[in-house]
Design a protein around this ligand. Structure first.
Ligand SMILES: O=C([O-])CC(=O)C(=O)O
Ligand SMILES: [Mg+2]
Length: 637
């Protein structure tokens, strides 16, 4: 493990003239000097009508000044990179004027441009006379969105807004998170990926395809932003539970990163969605005339790994070793190997293995407050032994081991997994993929889930199979027959792939199930009581987790950081939530929740010697909050 001392001595860390090690004030003012110089250069160089105008610096507080540098957590890190890796580019600190300004989604405010701004930026006549507030714009767009009855239409309207007026998009999402999360994210994003080719209007994110082999560095250089802090990358092979959607998986990194900003406060310009296109084995897409990806079967083996290698080194070369690379929706046969391989050399995080594990562990920790007992006293049965299933299983075992001091091997025995061939037992060891082997316990072979439930008698049943309707009435009734409060998590996404619905779980258990799902379900009334199902989706974890990594300058993800995130989330579920039937705090509070998760993750990174942002801020939660991007409009003079 790298200590902070080692890290501090590394070439990357020492670059930047001590910028990161200094006080935030020092950094901000260094930045300020360069920014002013850049703005002056712009004004001197630009012809009048197309002149770039120096951005408003009316920001009065230091925090606002930092926000003006890009609106978020980048100041010190941006400082480092702006000094050493990226020349200060005047346009990075300026906005265009007139017609160009209205078409620049990063700076456009639409009707919210004030009279003064309209004069100063050559906007007169380009807008109708009314001047409205951002809040009124939010109200209007929410009104319009609600007119659409088809979720995909709402999704497309939201994507159009993101392309037109970024700050309004994020304001809308933050202010209406519970209503809009299912639109820009699961489940609608799944349908959007399936139809991505037909609804495609303007490209989002960066496409790295087999055609780019040998030129990936150049491809990354084409991206307009340099100070990237978080990359979400997919190869599209296992999009949610929908399977191989090839290049059209791009909707997932785009959606995940919009949550990084809205839920975790990482500024949009620091986020980079990437799709690696190595082909697809989805025949329907290969025959679809509107398909946007390479029309070939998936490259595998050497060809696949060479492209991944080239991408991973290019990303590190351009963005430095502190860029967080989140692997998303890779198929099992690559996901574990990629994580194991690159976690030695890169700051990587697999959301489906680690993010899901962390949110489910949080859900279990808070379920204990409802059902009683300790984590070690429960017995866990999974349907599905892929990334999510084995990832969660391992984190449960780690937490039990941490709590009881028992060896990890022993703790794993509390957890059983069923895959498509039945219960994973030791007699199957030879034919099992490596990631399943730790779960092959002594037991006679069992082929069906119902038999496994009856034989293992789990207190907790978790679905990560990707196959809908597999928690049948018999299965749920069996769980309810020997558990007063059966814990049932039906995690597969999107909604159609959920192992059972919330309604089924409550009805078949006579309202006794402690239920959570990956995709959202509406509240259910059973016997006069309203149950609000919790959404055990990694969206609770990755935005705050990533924020914690970024603000601490962590150089590696450690499993204890995942445990810290889970504990921080579980701590925030209250009796009020439990009374309503949910084991999670509501998404409406997600920015606060993310700040706390970020603080716990960062604290753990410091404790483990993995953090490089020194000195450690005294109050990490306040610091995390102060770093979060807010989408209110800036004023331009
Ligand atoms: O995207 C989601 O809703 C959760 C997730 O990572 C997956 O299902 O792959
Ligand atoms: Mg995923």
């Amino acid at each position: 493990m790298l200590s902070a001392r080692t890290a501090a001595a590394s070439p990357l860390w020492t670059r930047g003239g001590g910028g990161e090690g200094g006080s935030s004030k020092g950094c901000t003012s260094c930045w300020e000097v360069r920014r002013r110089a850049a703005a002056v250069r712009v004004q001197a160089a630009a012809p009048r009508r197309v002149e770039a105008v120096a951005m408003d610096l009316a920001a009065e507080t230091e925090k606002e000044e930092m926000a003006a540098a890009g609106g978020g957590v980048e100041d010190k890190y941006g400082e480092d990179r702006a000094t050493e890796e990226v020349p200060v580019t005047p346009w990075a600190f300026s906005v265009a004027s007139g017609y160009t300004l209205l078409r620049d989604p990063h700076h456009n405010k639409g009707l919210a441009f004030t009279e003064k701004e309209r004069d100063a930026h050559y906007l007169r006549g380009l807008l109708p006379p009314a001047v409205v507030s951002q809040d009124l714009q939010v109200k209007k767009i929410m009104h319009n969105l609600r007119q659409y009855s088809v979720p995909l239409q709402r999704y497309m309207a939201m994507m159009d807004l993101q392309e037109r007026n970024e700050r309004l998009f994020y304001k809308l999402l933050i202010d209406n998170v519970e209503e809009l999360l299912p639109v820009v994210y699961t489940p609608t994003v799944g349908e959007a990926c399936q139809k991505y080719g037909s609804i495609f209007r303007r490209p989002q994110g960066l496409y790295v395809s087999l055609k780019d082999k040998g030129k990936v560095l150049d491809v990354l250089r084409n991206w307009p932003e340099r100070n990237i802090q978080v990359i979400v990358v997919t190869d599209g092979e296992r999009i949610l539970g929908l399977g191989d959607l090839g290049c059209q998986g791009m909707g997932i990194p785009v959606g995940k990163l919009s949550l990084y900003t809205a839920l975790g406060g990482v500024r949009p310009s620091a986020c980079l969605p990437i799709t690696i296109d190595v082909g697809t084995n989805n025949k329907q897409l290969l025959n679809d005339e509107f398909y946007i990806g390479l029309r070939q079967r998936r490259a595998t083996g050497k060809e696949y790994h060479e492209l991944m290698d080239e991408f991973m080194s290019a990303a590190k070369q351009i963005y430095g070793e502190k860029v967080l690379i989140q692997f998303e929706d890779f198929a099992n046969h690559n996901a574990f190997d990629l994580l194991a391989k690159y976690s030695k050399s890169h700051l990587v995080f697999n959301d489906d293995i680690q993010g899901t594990a962390s949110v489910v562990l949080a859900g279990l920790l808070s379920s204990l407050k409802v059902v009683g007992g300790t984590l070690a006293e429960h017995t866990y049965l999974f349907l599905g032994a892929g990334e999510a299933g084995t990832g969660i299983a391992e984190l449960i075992a780690l937490e039990i081991s941490k709590q009881t001091k028992a060896p990890l091997e022993e703790c794993r025995k509390k957890v059983w997994l069923v895959d498509s061939k039945g219960l994973i037992v030791s007699s199957r060891k030879d034919s099992l993929q490596p990631f399943k082997k730790p779960w092959a316990h002594e037991h006679e072979p069992v082929t069906s889930l119902l038999d496994a439930v009856q034989s293992i008698k789990p207190t907790v049943l978790i679905g990560t199979s990707g196959v809908g309707k597999t928690f049948t009435k018999d299965v749920v009734e069996a769980m309810a027959s020997f558990n007063e409060r059966p814990v049932i998590f039906s995690l597969s996404n999107p909604t159609s792939h959920s192992e059972c619905t919330a309604e089924e779980a409550y009805n078949w258990s006579q309202g006794r199930a402690v239920f959570a799902s990956g995709s959202p379900f509406d509240p259910v009334e059973y016997n006069g009581k309203i149950h609000v199902p919790g959404q055990s989706n990694n969206a609770y974890i990755f935005p705050g987790f990533g924020l914690g990594v970024v603000i601490s300058g962590a150089i590696r993800v450690h499993e204890d950081m995942l445990l810290a995130a889970a504990e921080a989330l579980a701590d925030q579920a209250t009796q009020e939530n439990f009374d309503k039937g949910s084991i999670f705090p509501p998404f409406a509070n997600i920015r606060k929740i993310s700040a706390r998760i970020a603080a716990s993750v960062a604290a753990k990174a410091y404790e483990l010697g993995l953090a490089t942002r020194l000195p450690q801020p005294k109050d990490l939660e306040k610091y995390a909050e102060s770093c979060m991007y807010t989408p209110v409009y800036r004023s331009y003079r």
